[in-house]
Write a protein that binds this ligand. Structure first.
Ligand code: KG4
Ligand code: ZN
Length: 333
């Protein structure tokens, strides 16, 4: 049973063919990121214009890489929300027209939850931190991306309960804004991750709000703390940019890790699913692995390419909906 996934919520134009919600036959991602870099963030108008130009080509390439024809596709899954409105319109209009023309079901999925569905795909990368088996549910789930930081109780693939979220900036947004303050370019996450590897612990500290007693997050305070430090106090002879990146990242990673473990313990689950662009962060991956291992919790983090936006996760998220509606038979709508 093959699903064509389409994702256009931000700067990417992506299409993928996934078999039975698990095997990735193709996963094509075209990004317009380079065109946004000089502005220090995504410009929605540029993103949607590029997506209009690219969508047909990207879908064709995904089908050809999978060795399939349009007629072999049993359903089309597409990101419904959240995202940039113009970008979402390109993907949903394309997917709706395609499903209508092919007389196949259209499944509209939530982008945030789809980040966790990436953990149900077979590991195609070399990342050994991910166990090969399917995650056992119920699970705790953390989505950390540029737009969202959300904690879920995942009862089953169709039943996600939001139990905590950021009250201001998303974790990825904090990485991006701190990088901007430090003039490191966009997106900030990968640069800070790289710089922090050479950082010395304890040279400087930035507090990150814990919001004790709540499962919510707050990252705007730490961003402001970095801003004031960099502007008013920073002595570059004793504290390097690496030390600063380390201190910021360490603080954010500690809060994310602590809240995940607390949720696992509170809902008594031994499965933790993590997804979203910030899940590519090396310190977060290491810290989560360490803390979950110590408690006998199985950690699922997708390989790097499936952490950031892609269409394979959209197809994977569409699969359980298709199964529920059609019992896996793949009848036409
Ligand atoms: O999930 P994603 O590709 O797009 C959204 O749905 O937002 O996430 C993009 C975010 C950006 O904020 C980027 O800075 C962050 O993920 N990111 C990272 C890393 N790689 C990407 N943050 C920290 N460390 C990384 N290695
Ligand atoms: Zn995303």
């Amino acid at each position: 049973m093959h699903i064509l996934g389409i994702e256009t919520s931000c700067d990417e134009t992506a299409a993928a063919v996934v078999k039975n919600g698990r095997d990735i036959l193709s996963n094509v991602v075209a990004s317009s990121l380079k065109e946004h870099k000089k502005y220090g963030g995504i410009i929605p108008e540029i993103a949607s214009r590029r997506q209009m130009e690219l969508i047909t080509l990207v879908v064709k390439e995904a089908l050809s890489k999978a060795g399939m024809d349009l007629k072999d596709i049993r359903a089309v899954a597409v990101t419904r929300s959240p995202g940039l409105i113009g970008s979402l319109l390109v993907g949903t209009c394309f997917a709706r027209s395609l499903a209508y023309a092919l007389r196949r079901p259209l499944i509209e999925v939530d982008h945030i939850k789809a980040h966790l569905h990436a953990n149900f795909l077979k590991d195609t990368g070399k990342d050994t931190s991910q166990p090969r088996n399917r995650p056992k549910l119920p699970a705790a789930g953390l989505v950390v991306s540029g737009g969202h930081t959300s904690l879920f109780y995942v009862k089953d693939p169709l039943n996600f309960r939001l139990v905590g979220q950021t009250r201001d900036d998303a974790a990825g947004e904090a990485f991006d804004k701190v990088a901007r303050i430090l003039d490191l370019g966009y997106p900030g996450g990968p640069v800070i991750d790289r710089l922090a590897k050479k950082g010395r612990p304890g040279k400087v500290r930035f507090p990150c709000a814990d919001l004790k007693g709540s499962r919510d997050f707050s990252f705007s305070g730490i961003k402001t703390a970095v801003l004031y430090y960099a502007r008013d106090k920073w002595d570059r002879r004793s504290v390097t940019i690496h030390d600063l990146a380390y201190a910021f990242q360490d603080s954010v990673v500690s809060v994310l890790t602590r809240k995940c473990i607390r949720l696992c313990e509170a809902v008594k689950t031994r499965t933790l699913l993590v997804g979203g662009g910030v899940a590519a962060n090396s310190m977060l991956r290491e810290r989560l692995l360490l803390e979950t291992r110590a408690r006998g919790i199985r950690l699922f983090v997708p390989p790097m390419a499936l952490c950031t936006d892609n269409a394979a996760m959209i197809a994977a998220a569409g699969y359980p909906f298709f199964q529920k509606r059609f019992g896996g038979k793949g009848r036409h709508s």
